[in-house]
Design a protein around this ligand. Structure first.
Ligand code: NAD
Length: 472
């Protein structure tokens, strides 16, 4: 295990302890909340070419206080037990913060996706799913995986297909995994969900005058400069939505092959096309490549958004940071040691367990859709459309004035699934923001947003245990 990975779980534990000490909850209950309830480490053979390879993989269910448990599956050569335990723990707190009724879990498969073709990755994913089924570590009411680093809707479709083959006729089988393609029981708006949630979380923070005064920034998103590390699922949608909907200026992007910078702003949409055709972000017209990939961290900007992996901001590089606000789109990008340095400097850190909770929120909507066997909006869309059309016509006839066909269409449009999903996500992120900031603003001994978020989560998880009659 590398130092970085060991530090990740240690950081989660250190952050937990900081909040636990302020929570006033009984010690025994806190110990029960902190530990991982079930850890399944597996090794299985997969035939790659004409050789067998033994694959190491994990599924960790951190907390059974609510079931099913929920959390993504990571494909990376760095996967190890402590990393999956850290990620599973974060899932429990994340679900509690955004009022999603699941316990936390996470999966990890120790493979480098760059070393296998699609057919080989399919074999690995399907075999991993079989292992999960065999041990009862997957199912709509048991444990529901989703995408994470190195996986996406394609892998989720393979998981669903494998699970369905092994559970023929199970009525709710489609709810065994989320993040599926829309055509295969997925939900509109899931792919963008984590990035969209990151945007809503950032926007709510930037609108807070008291918080912005502490770092000397004007309120609002318009014109704020942003640097993003990682242009994968989360980083891509964060960049697109922050610029297209928030009017923010993405001035730096770091990827595996280097970091690019343009103080005038990078067009993320065009960069994605460039990356697809050239297989790199380096050389994108108008941008300059920085000398070292790691230099993204020191770019002067308003908001720094790490969206790649854990432990990217550490004691050894934290002093390079010039940003006033850091939004943790990735899980655990700042070590506990580095966080202390940043807090002393007055930096605002929006913690992962809130900032990137958009993915699990929309996964929850997908799970509900699968259980109800009906697309959101199917029942009410046309009804709402007709009611609004009648209302607009009535106003027109009463006032003697008419509006354009385009305006009419906008006013009378019934909500599609994606509209409802975005609305539900926005509501969720705003509610969670309010809950975290209520604790942060009211409790004098709470000095940072991560501790406030932890306290919100701990109280809810403790309440659940109390309802179960396990702890008085
Ligand atoms: P992804 O695999 O789609 O993308 C990650 C990107 O980061 C890749 O493009 C990769 O090349 C890049 N990268 C890796 N190491 C890098 C480095 N050192 N410097 C710069 N770029 C680097 O993964 P993702 O799903 O976007 O997940 C990113 C992070 O967000 C992870 O921490 C994950 O746990 C977290 N997260 C993901 C989701 C989700 O819905 N996918 C939800 C919540 C949290």
């Amino acid at each position: 295990m590398s130092l970085k990975q060991a530090k990740f779980y240690e950081s989660v534990q250190a952050n937990f302890k900081k909040a636990a000490d302020l929570s006033g909850l009984p010690k025994g209950l806190l110990s029960q909340i902190e530990v991982c309830n079930s850890i399944y480490k597996m090794h299985f053979p997969v035939k790659i070419g004409n050789k067998f390879e033994v694959i190491e993989a994990y599924r960790v269910q951190h907390s059974h206080h609510r079931q099913p448990t929920k959390g993504g599956i990571r494909f990376s050569q760095h996967v190890n037990q402590e990393e999956v335990m850290a990620l599973a723990s974060l899932m429990t707190y994340k679900c509690a913060i955004v009022n999603v009724p699941f316990g936390g879990a996470k999966g990890g498969v120790k493979v480098s996706t760059r070393q296998y073709n699609a057919e080989q990755l399919e074999k690995i994913t399907r075999r991993y799913t079989v292992e999960l089924v065999r041990k009862g570590f997957i199912g709509p009411g048991v444990d529901v995986p989703a995408p994470d680093y190195g996986t996406g809707s394609r892998e989720m479709a393979w998981i669903l297909d494998t699970y369905t083959q092994l559970n023929n006729g199970e009525l709710d089988a489609a709810a065994c995994v989320t993040g599926k393609p829309v055509a295969q029981n997925g939900i509109a708006g899931r792919t963008e969900a984590t990035g969209r949630g990151v945007y809503y979380a950032t926007r709510e923070l930037l609108l807070d005058k008291k918080m912005m005064d502490t770092v000397g920034l004007e309120t609002g998103t318009e014109g704020k400069t942003v640097v993003i590390q990682g242009l994968g699922n989360v980083g891509t949608y964060t960049g697109l939505i922050c610029s297209e909907e928030g009017g923010m200026k993405v001035i730096g992007i770091s990827e595996i092959d280097g970091t690019i910078y343009d103080p005038k702003g990078i067009d993320v949409q065009k960069l994605l096309k460039y990356k697809k055709s050239k297989n790199t972000i380096i050389g994108f017209p108008g941008t300059k490549a920085l000398k070292n990939r790691e230099d993204w961290i020191g770019i002067e900007c308003d908001v720094l958004i790490p969206a790649a992996l854990e432990s990217q901001i550490r004691k050894d590089n934290v002093n390079k940071i010039k940003a006033k606000v850091i939004v943790e789109a990735a899980n655990g990008p700042i070590t506990a040691e580095a966080e202390n340095v940043l807090l002393k400097k007055g930096c605002i850190i929006l913690p992962d367990m809130y900032a990137n909770a958009g993915g699990v929120t929309v996964s929850y909507f997908e799970w509900l859709k699968n259980l109800s066997h009906i697309r959101f909006g199917r029942m009410e869309k046309r009804f709402d459309q007709q009611a609004m059309t009648q209302l607009v016509s009535k106003i027109e006839s009463m006032t003697g004035k008419t509006i354009s066909a385009r305006e009419k269409l906008q006013l009378t449009k019934g909500a599609d699934e994606v509209d409802l999903v975005r609305s539900g996500l926005e509501e969720t992120m705003i509610t969670a923001h309010e809950e975290i900031f209520t604790v942060y603003n009211r409790r004098k001994n709470v000095k940072d947003l991560r501790t406030a978020a932890f306290l919100v989560a701990l109280e809810k998880v403790a309440n659940d245990y109390e309802m179960m009659g396990i702890f008085p």
